[in-house]
Design a protein around this ligand. Structure first.
Ligand SMILES: [Zn+2]
Length: 494
């Protein structure tokens, strides 16, 4: 069948559109090659989807700095081999532009090592900083300096950090300096290798605050690593004692600022961990801490608006958080969350464990009620109309979870009921945060990631490239364009 006049004109319009887009991107590439973004920030909120951002804004009553940017994009996240991505494949997509399989770090599915934007920046003579609130060898930061087929090969990743030549690593610690984990052949102590490579290793807060450009390459991590080598949850952080993500970011800007520019990746890694555990307050407060780190970059951007690019995104949503719950219908009450004073992790490690030890042999839920009221604000007596009052059906859920917690039932991952209800976490703590979150009008569908698209925002030189809808691999390519690097996949040297 011959094409109609209408079809012909549609295809001509399409061709013209394609030519226009190509001409536009070629012109953009040329313009950035002449005048690239000199200072490039990529902020990754791990597990930070649109619900996490909206919950934080509803709780704090103000817009996040990262959402005040002029350019907004929608970013899809599927991996090469799975619809729902993990942090390794997501970070590899964003660091290299390469779509890959879950678990892989800086590699294509066929195990080809792919060069990262951080490595490209270094080759251009820019300084490079990698900052994270979780261990600095965790999947997201690792995907900017390491190339391994599994994110779990921490020992090799730690050695890759030592030989990266990057200028600033900061936030959490390293997980396997000695090579003690399964599946690795020890290659010598990685912390020694880091020091031998010329890094000044700093954990003391006062010493950290005094660091200056004369100190050379730096690896700084907080003295208290709460879980798996990570910074404490922002809500558990001890003011004046722990170094915040914003302070690590501000110090990075100080140390990296130079005439050839810099690239800095900053990850808010525990938004994700809080969402895995379905603890909305911990996720919200870590999103606030992440936003405060973004604000440090904005302060720098204001001094160099024509040369600075700031991109903020999430690597995937986590927990299937949603803003609305069957039990509260159209109502929301975010003030409920103000009564929670510690994260689920702090409650598990520092409160519940102690309670179980002290009450060994005569563990009764009634004895724990005042502690739950103290840390989470849930009321077991008084006004039944108080939003914090634990209704009879909620009390039954808590008592049931308490029995399972005492029996250690969280470990029963082969029991589908237990998996759906508690996701492998302590049954009592998950039930407490679920009840509290539900009272706020928040709910969860998963203890894992979801494939819900995330939001990407940008400001500064090259920000316009980040409007529209695209897969997260495009983030790396857009940053390459803005940095004046040819946006295609490079094979890494080592
Ligand atoms: Zn995760």
């Amino acid at each position: 069948m011959r094409p109609s006049c209408f079809q012909r004109s549609v295809s001509v319009v399409c061709m013209l559109m394609t030519l226009l887009v190509c001409a536009h991107s070629a012109a953009a590439a040329e313009s950035f090659a002449k005048k690239p973004a000199k200072y490039v920030f990529l902020f990754i909120g791990d597990g930070m989807g649109l619900p996490q951002k909206q919950a934080t804004e509803a709780f704090t009553g103000r817009q996040l700095v990262l959402d005040s940017f002029p350019v907004h994009g929608i970013t899809t996240t599927p991996a090469a081999n799975r619809f729902i991505v993990d942090s390794a494949a997501a970070a590899t997509a964003m660091s290299t532009g390469q779509l890959t399989d879950v678990g892989m770090i800086g590699m294509a599915p066929d195990k080809t090592k792919v060069k990262t934007i951080a490595e490209m920046a270094r080759e251009k003579g820019m300084k490079v900083g990698i900052v994270s609130s979780v261990s600095i060898d965790h999947a997201t930061p690792a995907a900017f300096y390491a190339h391994e087929e599994s994110r779990n090969l921490y020992h090799y990743i730690d050695h890759a950090l030592a030989s990266s030549g990057f200028d600033y690593f900061a936030g959490g610690g390293i997980k396997d300096p000695a090579g003690k984990r399964k599946g690795v052949e020890p290659r010598g102590n990685a912390m020694d290798a880091i020091k031998n490579a010329g890094y000044k290793v700093v954990t003391d807060r006062d010493e950290f605050l005094k660091l200056n450009r004369k100190d050379g390459k730096v690896f700084a991590y907080n003295s208290w690593l709460q879980d798996s080598g990570a910074l404490p949850y922002a809500m558990d952080s001890r003011p004046g004692k722990d170094i915040t993500l914003a302070e690590f970011t501000a110090k990075g800007i100080d140390l990296l600022d130079n005439s050839k520019g810099f690239f800095m990746m900053v990850e808010g890694g525990k938004i994700d961990w809080a969402c895995h555990a379905n603890d909305a307050k911990a996720a919200i407060m870590d999103t606030v801490a992440f936003d405060e780190a973004v604000a440090e970059a904005v302060r720098f951007y204001k001094k160099h608006p024509d040369e600075t690019l700031i991109v903020v995104t999430g690597d995937h949503e986590c927990g299937g958080m949603t803003l609305g719950f069957a039990g509260t219908a159209y109502e929301s009450d975010f003030d409920v969350l103000k009564k929670q004073y510690v994260s689920f992790q702090y409650f598990a490690d520092d409160v519940l464990k102690l309670f179980k030890k002290e009450h060994q042999g005569s563990l009764a839920f009634n004895d724990l009620k005042p502690t739950i009221t103290h840390y989470f604000g849930l009321q077991f007596a008084g006004d039944h109309a108080d939003p914090m009052y634990v209704q009879p059906h909620e009390l039954a859920q808590l008592q049931d979870a308490f029995v399972k917690s005492v029996a250690g039932d969280s470990m029963k991952l082969n029991d589908p009921v237990s998996v759906n209800l508690y996701g492998g976490y302590d049954p009592l703590i998950v039930t407490i945060t679920h009840l509290l979150n539900n009272k706020a009008g928040l709910a969860w569908t998963s203890f894992s990631h979801t494939a819900v698209p995330v939001g990407t925002t940008a400001v500064g030189r090259g920000a316009d490239l980040f409007g529209g809808s695209y897969h997260q691999t495009a983030i790396a390519k857009k940053i390459m364009t803005a940095m004046g690097v040819k946006p295609h996949v490079y094979v890494a040297a080592n």
